[in-house]
Design a protein around this ligand. Sequence first.
Ligand SMILES: [Zn+2]
Length: 400
Amino acid sequence: MLKIVRGQSMLFIVLSLLVLVACTGNEGTENNEDDSVEQINNQAQETEGKSDEQQLPEEPKEVTNEITVAAIGDLLIHGILYQDARTTEGYDFTPMFEQVKPFLQKPTITMANQETMIGGEELGLSTYPRFNSPHEVGDALKEVGVDVVTLANNHTLDGGEPAIESAIKHWETLDMMYAGAYKDEDDRDSIRVLHTDENIDVAFLSYTYGTNGIPIPEGKNYLVNLIDKDKIAADIETSKELADVIILSLHFGTEYQRLPNDEQKDLVQFAADQGVHAVIGHHPHVLQPVDWVEGKDGNRTFVAYSLGNFLSGQDEIYRQIGGMVNFTIEKVTKGEEESINIKDPKFLPTFVTNSNRRDFKVIPMYQLSENELANASKYYQDIKKHMAQWVPELEFIESE
Ligand SMILES: [Zn+2]
């Protein structure tokens, strides 16, 4: 994973174009590259003498690259979860993700919303209403394939500045990209961009509606990004200079409501109008449907209004259901022209099981047995219908 600066990416584009010219010249001949360059020169000389025929420069070749991006919802580490993860040496959360690991590892980029700060044991672990979670939550996410965490949540300030600082230090030791909570102004102003091998650069932005009434320490607004249209618009403009694709995470909506409210819809429309490619929503603790929203320039933005809880100790049925949304980013390059297309949305509904409040596990719903959840298949069908109600082409992931 690389954070890149524009200069490097421009150099790459120039190099790519040179390679492209060489390849185009070689097309349809058995010559090696040197010969084909000569051939181009010869053609150029011949052309000079002709006035009756118009020679058009050869069309640049169209190159299509694709990556997949996946996102999971809230990781809300209640006391019951870290007690369950306790080992003789510390904490191990990886068994909880065992059954979803293959799905998390497969996409090019997997993002997760780390709702509770991983301030670590030294600061004292705590549960609702003011969470502080073990560092090992981060280790597990890294281990199971998460590449980016979003940290702007209503619980970001639960443990104050020390918890945020300690969490960020740990994310740094894991080389995990984070967005939404920062260590200082410079950190906040450095937009997170992930450069992929497929030459598609993706920017990540993350904001929350509030911090449960806990005031942000004076002069330290960088500690958590609050939703503010002007600030979001400015960050989107900067991101356009740095990346091909912009993914905006918004922690918003009404808790336990299965459909988005007007404020969510308004913010997503705003994001679409600014040219954001995808919006990932969370906070309601239950799943809300996905949709396509048209921006003012006719662009199309994909939105998951709420991804629900991915891992939590909450025990009401819809709060135990979450999931992973997945989509493909296609980048078509032709000469100087570049276009981005978001397509093939998919969803993997998941359920958090436990036996007598121990052995918590996130399980793909299609793999659930009636022993793990009574009426499992009825709930699964209900969730599929719910998620696809506005996007009938939404596919459900039902194999590894
Ligand atoms: Zn929340």
